[in-house]
Design a protein around this ligand. Structure first.
Ligand SMILES: C[S@@+](CC[C@H](N)C(=O)[O-])C[C@H]1O[C@@H](n2cnc3c(N)ncnc32)[C@H](O)[C@@H]1O
Length: 271
């Protein structure tokens, strides 16, 4: 049986993150959980500079809701007069007791109150923003999203080796169909097989910011709205055996079988 215990860790910007024993990692980097939401997702997604009248955001891995909190807080700080519609994917239903212990002791507490409500009720609509949480395996939830194209996708599950079902080639192909032509997908990962899966799914990719001790992340879009990787950098990705992608054609493979299948292909390539 997997141990599903979780406990808080204080990060360098004063905000707390949760460590999950099931995944063997924390939800955020120890350099600053809230800061990570802003620097790795909100700012590089350029969502708040979009010219669209209303904004659609796909937040993958709700977690403690920091990405949503940072997004709505920034929009309010900038006095943005647009509706922000957020769809968030989350597998876990037991996070509320942890969220109830989180306080920022400033204007964010009021916004966080609504984010907690969204988590417990599945939906809220407030002045300027709405949040809908799709509970369950994110791969299945993606199939329920119809008729929306997203201005930003925050790709924020646990790391690829711990959470492979959320980083496969087939998964990124699905995200490609959901991203608007002017949208940007943001993620903290720069793993070669993640970058290759994005490229094979049709995305143009570029380097995302590096925050704290972590390596640079990755930005993905349908058009070059950021500096794209050079042809040499792309060739380096494809020529490395580490770029063998995760495959999950029916969205039904277990974590272990996705990992095992890739291990075998990497092994064969190295022979
Ligand atoms: C790194 S945390 C996300 C942190 C979050 N974005 C925040 O701002 O606080 C990853 C989240 O992805 C969720 N997750 C992992 N695998 C999933 C899956 N297959 N479907 C949906 N959610 C998943 C986990 O339960 C966890 O809450």
């Amino acid at each position: 049986m997997t141990d599903n215990k979780k406990f808080f860790i204080k990060t360098a910007d004063g905000s707390s993150t949760l460590f999950s024993q099931e995944y063997g990692e924390a939800m955020h980097s120890d350099s600053g959980a809230y800061e990570e939401a802003l620097l790795k997702h909100i700012y590089p997604s350029k969502i708040l500079e979009s010219s669209h009248d209303s904004l659609n955001v796909l937040d993958i891995g709700f977690g403690l809701g920091y990405n949503i909190l940072a997004l709505v807080s920034e929009a309010k700080n900038r006095n943005l007069k647009k509706n922000i519609n957020i769809i968030s994917l989350e597998k876990e239903r037991e996070l509320l007791p942890f969220m109830e212990e989180i306080f920022f002791n400033d204007y964010r507490d009021e916004i966080y109150f609504f984010i907690k409500q969204a988590y417990s009720q599945g939906f809220i609509k407030e002045d300027g923003f709405s949040i809908k949480i799709l509970f369950g395996d994110g791969r299945e939830s993606l199939d329920k999203i119809k008729g929306i194209s997203f201005d930003a996708i925050f790709q924020d599950p646990y790391s690829p080796s711990k959470n492979p079902e959320m980083w496969s080639l087939h998964y990124f192909k699905r995200l490609f169909t959901l991203l608007d032509d002017t949208g940007i997908l943001t993620t903290y990962s720069s793993a070669l097989h993640v970058r290759r899966a994005m490229l094979e799914a049709g995305f143009i990719i570029g380097k995302g910011p590096s925050v704290g001790k972590k390596r640079e992340g990755t930005l993905a879009g349908k058009n070059p709205l950021f500096e794209p990787l050079s042809q040499v950098e792309i060739e380096e990705i494809f020529s490395s055996s580490k770029s063998e992608v995760y495959l999950d054609p029916d969205f039904t493979f277990s974590r272990e079988s996705i990992l095992e299948d890739r291990r075998e292909r990497v092994r064969l390539r190295r022979i």
